[in-house]
Design a protein around this ligand. Sequence first.
Ligand code: IMP
Ligand code: MG
Length: 179
Amino acid sequence: MHEDLREVLVDEVRLQARIKELGRQITADYQGKDVILVGILKGALPFLADLMRAIELDVSYDLMAVSSYGASTKTSGTVRIIKDLDEEIEGKDVIIVEDIVDTGLTLNYLLENLRSRKVNSLKICTLLDKPSRRKVDIKPDYNGFEIPDVFVVGYGLDYAEKYRNLPYIGVLKEEVYTK
Ligand code: IMP
Ligand code: MG
């Protein structure tokens, strides 16, 4: 375990097993559909890469980047598109792929934004869900793990751009972000 961590919340084996399960669910739910996975940078990248390989359908993917926390552990509430999709998504079955739903503000904005592009359907697949911190009423359609109100890093999730490359989800020691 990385020395800045207090504990491992989801180890690599559980993580990968759950992602395979989510892939199977999506495969079953989207037979005959024109699926595009929209990964939200940067945090969703490892999840998107593993999830798409667990889906046995012809899917495409695209990437979006929106502003988030920066180096702070608290949300600002303001969402801004930094990188938009390369492709038109009109008429497609879109699945937003996120690392974590926390306050829900980011997804609330994204749902509204993508829905206005006249998609056929729009769902959310998140690896982690922290429902206790929700500020807007949003429920992910697919969720890997529900977690308590702790700041987590690893498998795409960062603190000040660090720890994204860890292959598991861990809880950061408080002294790391209060010093
Ligand atoms: P929301 O808009 O508050 O739901 O925030 C979603 C974004 O905040 C995620 O995509 C993450 O980038 C970031 N975030 C929320 N909670 C955590 C955490 O525990 N660790 C790392 N990043 C987090
Ligand atoms: Mg972040």
